[in-house]
Design a protein around this ligand. Structure first.
Ligand code: FAD
Ligand code: FMN
Length: 581
C-alpha cells in the first residue's frame, strides 16, 4: 500500500513509525484501525457512537488562498494547511489564479498569503481574481474571519502592497480580521512561521481540537525534488555577446558531482552570490571601519550591503540620531531620496561614526537570485546551464553593478564553484509532446526555451515549436544563435522569428513580430498551442499580451472586449503562461 505521506500532520519520525505499523497491515486491519480511532475520539468528545465513524471529517473548514509567482506563498499555503490539519481544521487550498469569488463569500474562515510583484502588482497569474476582488462586483464577506500574510521585499517602494490591499479590502467587504497582517521581507521563514502559528490558533474554534483527521490511504506522497543547496563546478563561462556589444550575457554551465538537482524545463536555480569586495571596501571606508577584516568577510559573503529601503533609513536615523537623516524622514523626502540610491550613498552622504554592530544592523541577509535553467537534463545529463545578463547602470553620478549578475560575470571563473538551489516552477512546464508551443523570450527570457527545445528534441515530441526572440543587434547580441540554427535544422524548432531593435531606424520588438505573424499565430492557438512568455515584466510582458489581444481582434474580427476575453480564456485554460521578472 502507499506509505503515509510526508505531508501528514506528524513529525518525520512518527511518520516512519506509523509506516512501519500501517505499511504491512491488511485492508481489514487498516479499516479497523481507522474506525477504532474515529470512534475513540468521538466518544471522548462526548458523542454517542453507534458504529465506528471511519469517514468522520474535521467539521470546521478553513479556506487558504495564495497569490504566488515564484512559489514562496504557495509553499507557505502548504504550511498553513499542515498546521490547520494538526489543529483539527479542514483546510482547502486555492491558487488565486483559480479563485471564484463566490468561494470567498462562502468561506467561514480565510487565510490569504499574497506576494507583491512588478512595482506593487499582484503575481501575473493572479491579476484577474485580484482585480475582481478589488472591483465593484466583489461579494460581501460579512462575518468571514480572516488573516493575511504579505510577502515582499523592502527594496521595493511598494513593499507588500498587494497583501496590504487585500487585507484592507477583506475588512471593507465585511470580513472580520482575526489575525493582524504581517509584512514579510525576503527572509520570511521565521516571521511567516510565527504568523502561521498565531493565525491558526486565533482561527481555530475551541471545539475543533481532538477531531478525527481524515487519512487518505490511497494518497501517493508528492515526489518533491530536493531543494537543498548544491555546490557545482563551473565548466563553461562564455560571454555570448560579441566584444563590440554594450551588453555582457554569460552562458554558465554548472556540473554537479553525483546528480544534478532533479530539475524540469521551466524551473530556475537560485544562485547564492557574494558582494563585490571593492564595493564593500568603499562602504567600510565611508563608515570608518576599513581594516575590520572579520566584518569585511561577513559583509562580502552573507549580508545585503546594497539595498537601501525606508526601513534602512529609519534604522540609520534611530541608531545614529543623525539630524539630517531624521529631517529627511520627517519632511517625507526619504522615499524620493532613496530612489536609485544604495546603502553606500546614505553613509557617504550623511557620515557619522559607526561601529561594526551598527553597520551590520543596517543590512539584511544576502538573498539568492533566481536564474531560469537553460538546459534539459535529458540532453546535458548532470549539468545545468544558466544565462546571466550583467546588470550595470549609473545613477546619482555613481556606476552601479547588480550583485549576483556581476558576481557571475566578473568573479566566477571556469573551474570555480557556485552554490545553487533548485526553484521548481510547475506553472511554467511543457505540455504533452503532441501539443504545439509558442515561445516569446527576448533577451535572457530565451533561457527556459533552450531547455524546452532540448527537451522536445530528446523526447522526440511531435508538437511544433515556434520561438520569438529579440535583442539589440543581430551581429552582437544573438544569444544562442548556433543552438537555434541547429534546432531549426533537426526539427526540434519549427519556426523562429527575430526582432533586433537597434538594427533598423524604427525599433522592432517581439510584439511587432507577433503582430506581423498574427494569422498564423491565431491558427496555432486555435489548434491548441500553449503560449509562453519569459523575460522583462515591466514592459515586454504587457506589450506582448496587448499584441495578442489585438491579434485576436484583427484576425477574428472581434470587439476589443471579446478579444480580451479570448486571451483570458487562454489564461484560464493555462495555455498562456508567463515567467517574467
Ligand atoms: C524567476 C526568475 C528568473 C530569472 N531568470 C533570469 C535569467 O535567466 N537571466 C537573468 O539574467 N536574470 C534572470 N532573472 C533576474 C535575476 O534574478 C536578477 O534579478 C538579476 O540578475 C539582477 O540581479 P543582481 O543581483 O545582479 O542585481 P541587484 O543587485 O539585485 O540589483 C538589481 C536592482 O538594481 C536596480 N536597477 C537595475 N537596473 C537599473 C537601472 N537601469 N536604473 C536604476 N536602477 C536599476 C533595480 O532596483 C534592480 O532591482 C530572473 C528572475 C526571476 C525572478
Ligand atoms: C521582479 C520582482 C518584482 C518584485 N516587486 C515587488 C514589489 O513591488 N513589492 C514587494 O514588496 N516585493 C516585490 N518583490 C518581492 C516578492 O514579493 C518576493 O520575492 C516574494 O517572496 C515572492 O513570493 P512568491 O514566490 O510567492 O511569488 C518582487 C520580486 C521580483 C523578483
Amino acid at each position: 500500500m502507499s506509505p503515509i505521506p510526508k505531508t501528514a500532520p506528524f513529525a518525520e519520525e512518527e511518520i516512519d513509525l506509523l509506516n512501519r505499523v500501517v505499511g504491512p497491515a491488511s485492508a481489514n486491519q487498516r479499516a479497523w484501525l481507522a474506525g477504532f480511532l474515529a470512534g475513540l475520539d468521538a466518544a471522548s468528545a462526548g458523542a454517542i457512537v453507534t458504529q465506528p465513524a471511519a469517514s468522520a471529517r474535521p467539521a470546521e473548514p478553513l479556506t487558504i488562498v495564495y497569490a504566488s509567482e515564484s512559489g514562496n506563498s504557495e509553499k507557505l499555503a502548504g504550511d498553513v494547511a499542515k498546521s490547520a490539519r494538526k489543529s483539527g481544521l479542514k483546510p482547502t487550498t486555492i491558487d488565486m489564479t483559480d479563485l471564484d469569488l463566490a468561494a470567498l463569500a462562502a468561506a467561514k474562515r480565510l487565510v490569504v498569503i499574497a506576494a507583491t510583484w512588478g512595482e506593487g502588482e499582484p503575481p501575473a497569474r493572479s491579476i484577474r481574481a485580484y482585480n475582481e476582488l478589488m472591483g465593484e462586483g466583489a461579494p460581501r464577506l460579512d462575518g468571514v474571519e480572516f488573516g493575511v500574510l504579505a510577502l515582499g521585499d523592502t527594496a521595493y517602494a511598494e513593499f507588500c502592497a498587494v497583501g496590504k490591499n487585500i487585507d484592507e479590502r477583506l475588512a471593507a467587504l465585511g470580513g472580520k480580521r482575526i489575525a493582524d497582517r504581517v509584512d514579510c521581507d525576503l527572509d520570511f521563514a521565521e516571521p511567516a512561521a510565527r504568523w502561521i502559528g498565531d493565525a491558526i490558533k486565533a482561527l481555530t474554534p475551541p471545539n475543533a481540537s481532538g477531531r478525527v483527521i481524515e487519512v487518505d490511504f490511497g494518497l501517493k506522497p508528492a515526489a518533491s525534488p530536493s531543494t537543498d543547496i548544491f555546490e557545482a563546478e563551473i565548466i563553461e563561462h562564455v560571454d555570448l555577446n560579441s566584444s563590440r556589444s554594450d551588453k555582457e550575457t554569460i552562458h554558465l554551465a554548472l556540473s554537479f558531482e553525483g546528480a544534478a538537482p532533479a530539475y524540469e524545463p521551466g524551473d530556475s536555480l537560485d544562485l547564492y552570490p557574494e558582494n563585490d569586495p571593492a564595493y564593500v571596501d568603499e562602504l567600510l571606508k565611508a563608515a570608518g571601519l576599513a581594516g575590520d577584516d572579520k566584518l569585511r568577510s561577513e559583509l562580502i559573503k552573507s549580508r545585503d550591503v546594497t539595498t537601501l529601503s525606508i526601513k534602512t533609513v529609519e534604522s540609520y536615523a534611530g541608531s545614529t540620531g543623525h539630524q539630517y537623516v531624521n529631517a529627511l524622514l520627517a519632511d517625507g523626502q526619504a522615499k524620493g531620496w532613496i530612489t536609485g540610491r544604495q546603502l553606500i550613498d546614505l553613509i557617504a552622504t550623511f557620515p557619522i561614526a559607526l561601529d561594526a554592530e551598527k553597520l551590520r544592523a543596517l543590512t539584511r541577509p544576502l538573498a539568492p537570485r533566481a536564474y531560469s535553467i537553460a538546459s534539459s537534463r535529458r540532453e546535458v545529463g548532470d549539468e545545468a546551464h544558466l544565462l546571466v545578463s550583467a546588470v550595470r547602470y549609473e545613477s546619482h553620478g555613481r556606476a552601479r553593478k547588480g550583485v549576483a549578475s556581476n558576481y557571475v560575470a566578473e568573479r566566477l571563473k571556469r573551474g570555480g564553484r557556485a552554490r545553487v538551489k533548485l526553484k521548481p516552477n510547475k506553472h511554467f512546464a511543457l505540455p504533452s509532446g503532441d501539443r504545439d508551443i509558442i515561445m516569446v523570450g527576448p533577451g535572457t527570457g530565451v533561457a527556459p526555451f533552450r531547455a524546452f527545445v532540448q527537451e522536445r528534441r530528446a523526447t522526440q515530441a511531435k508538437g511544433r515549436s515556434w520561438l520569438f526572440f529579440g535583442d539589440r543587434t543581430f551581429t552582437h547580441d544573438f544569444l544562442y544563435q548556433l543552438d537555434w540554427q541547429e534546432a531549426l535544422k533537426d526539427g526540434a524548432l519549427t519556426r523562429m522569428d527575430v526582432a533586433f531593435s537597434r538594427d533598423t531606424p524604427n525599433k522592432v520588438y517581439v510584439q511587432h513580430k507577433l503582430w506581423d505573424q498574427r494569422s498564423e499565430l491565431i491558427k496555432w492557438l486555435d489548434g491548441g498551442a500553449h503560449f509562453y512568455v519569459c523575460g522583462d515584466a515591466k514592459a515586454m510582458a504587457k506589450d506582448v499580451r496587448a499584441a495578442l489581444v489585438r491579434a485576436y481582434a484583427d484576425v477574428k474580427a472581434l470587439s476589443a472586449e471579446a478579444a480580451e476575453e479570448a486571451v483570458v480564456t487562454l489564461e484560464l485554460e493555462k495555455r498562456y503562461l508567463q515567467d517574467t521578472y
